[in-house]
Design a protein around this ligand. Structure first.
Ligand SMILES: *[C@@H]1O[C@H](CO)[C@@H](O)[C@H](O)[C@H]1NC(C)=O
Ligand SMILES: *[C@@H]1O[C@H](CO)[C@@H](O)[C@H](O)[C@H]1NC(C)=O
Ligand SMILES: *[C@@H]1O[C@H](CO)[C@@H](O)[C@H](O)[C@H]1NC(C)=O
Ligand SMILES: *[C@@H]1O[C@H](CO)[C@@H](O)[C@H](O)[C@H]1NC(C)=O
Length: 409
């Protein structure tokens, strides 16, 4: 073969690869690209009422798309301990066992939370001692039941108001802010040592006083010697009102600087009015999703992204905020939306740039990061510059080939 036909063949191969990436089944997906980017997972919330839907399960089980599940409801107090001492693990066990069979990580959600409580918790007249004991029993029973199945636990959920004060709840009203440290201490004592213990909340991205209060909360726990491993930022956004990428990076980094992991734990981007959402709003949604995903990639301590359901068919948004909706990456009938493709294209570009950049920066490929995971290291560490020089040569060949073809047309 002549030199030119070698280049043309290279170009054709490259073109074929790009064309194939838009056809089913794809060779990469959101989760596989997250792993390539050095993150731990791209995941989704799910629940047992989605389990009999085969189309849903096909996507959920696809290891390219998802590597982590969060039970949307079944581990919440009202469902898991509806009566004093009466623990009901059936539904949450099914989610845990599905995660295990798909080899997805399980983020467990949630232990001490003011909402979706059973009547006996909200209506009993507790003393500080009896309420502390109730929290101890609940957390001990639930964490021990799941053991090492949980990669992480959202130990305390939504303890703060938008103005940065502590939210009134049965827990705060009886125990004051001490209930938070108590919950983490009990959790730490009973959880396997590798389980990550998180504080989780919403609007930390958009409400400055709430964000500052959460930072102070983490510092206060740390100063008392209470171990906290992560802060989960829910990231429920609205199209066109998603903060800028600079702002989201600064938010994640502010928590990361406290020495904890961070994650988007419930990401979705809702259309304000789903009936009238224009094509422009669909494009805006795509760019909002990319901004959120990019912020996680830019912050080293951001371990992963969980979407709060991947299809509009099962999204919580329309039921909770009438009129809003269309918040997920897949439509109700399981078509991938522009937001899905935008995130995927962004990740592909990121991963490709990441490898090439390394070659220029270090000269040697010594900067590949490994991520510790309960299932073993997720990215290989390689040394020496040979492989990277190889990819650089390839990139140069492809670019030159494209240039050549364009000039011959
Ligand atoms: C518990 O879950 C199983 C499926 O894992 C189901 O067959 C059974 O009926 C459930 N039991 C109750 C009491 O809900
Ligand atoms: C903060 O917000 C909460 C909940 O909305 C409210 O009850 C409380 O009065 C506010 N406190 C201050 C100091 O504004
Ligand atoms: C970039 O590097 C990662 C980790 O070594 C690898 O999984 C991925 O396939 C590489 N991507 C490209 C486009 O070469
Ligand atoms: C790259 O590797 C070579 C040989 O292993 C070594 O001598 C050199 O110092 C390295 N360069 C950098 C920038 O790490």
């Amino acid at each position: 073969m002549t030199r030119i036909s070698v280049l043309l063949t290279t170009t054709l191969l490259a073109t074929t690869t790009i064309a194939q990436s838009n056809r089913e089944p794809p060779s990469t997906g959101l989760h596989s690209l997250f792993l390539s980017a050095g993150k731990l997972y791209f995941g989704t919330a799910t629940e047992t009422n989605n389990f009999a839907d085969p189309t849903y399960q096909n996507i959920l089980s696809n290891p390219l798309e998802f590597g982590q599940l969060t039970p949307e409801n079944s581990q919440k107090w009202g469902l898991i301990q509806p009566q004093p001492g009466d623990f009901s693990f059936n539904a949450s066990d099914q989610v845990a066992s599905l995660a295990n069979s798909y080899n997805h990580l399980l983020r467990c959600h949630t232990l001490t939370w003011h909402s979706q409580l059973p009547p006996f918790v909200s209506s009993t007249s507790w003393t500080p001692d009896t309420l502390r004991q109730l929290i101890t029993t609940h957390i001990t029973s639930v964490i021990s039941h799941f053991g090492s199945a949980c990669y992480a636990w959202d130990v305390v959920n939504e303890a703060l108001n938008e103005n940065g004060t502590f939210r009134n709840s049965v827990f705060f009203n009886v125990l004051g802010e001490e209930y938070i440290a108590h919950s983490f201490e009990v959790a730490r004592e009973v959880a396997p040592p590798e389980t990550k213990l998180y504080y989780n909340d919403f609007n930390l991205e958009t409400a400055p006083e709430k964000q500052t209060a959460a930072v102070e909360l983490v510092k206060s726990l740390q100063s008392k010697g209470v171990k906290i491993d992560g802060v989960g930022l829910q990231a429920h956004f609205t199209v066109g009102q998603t903060p800028s990428v600079e702002s989201l990076i600064a938010t994640l980094q502010r928590f990361a600087d406290l020495g904890v992991d961070v994650a988007w734990t419930e990401l979705d981007v809702a259309q304000e009015d789903v009936e009238t959402a224009s094509e422009l709003a669909v494009e805006q949604q795509a760019s909002d999703y990319v901004v959120a995903v990019r912020a996680c990639l830019e912050v080293e301590r951001c371990v992963g992204v969980t979407v709060w359901q991947f299809t509009d068919r099962y999204s919580w948004v329309p039921g909770t905020f009438p009129g809003k909706g269309g918040a997920c990456l897949w439509t109700e009938d399981y078509q991938r939306k522009p937001a899905y493709w935008a995130v995927k294209r962004f990740l592909e570009g990121w991963v490709a740039r990441m490898n090439v950049t390394r070659a220029f920066v270090g000269g040697n490929e010594t900067t590949v990061r490994t991520v510790a995971s309960p299932r073993g290291p997720l990215t290989e560490v390689t040394s020496g510059s040979e492989r990277l020089e190889g990819s650089l040569v390839k990139v140069a060949f492809i670019s030159f080939g494209v240039w050549l073809v364009l000039n011959m047309m």
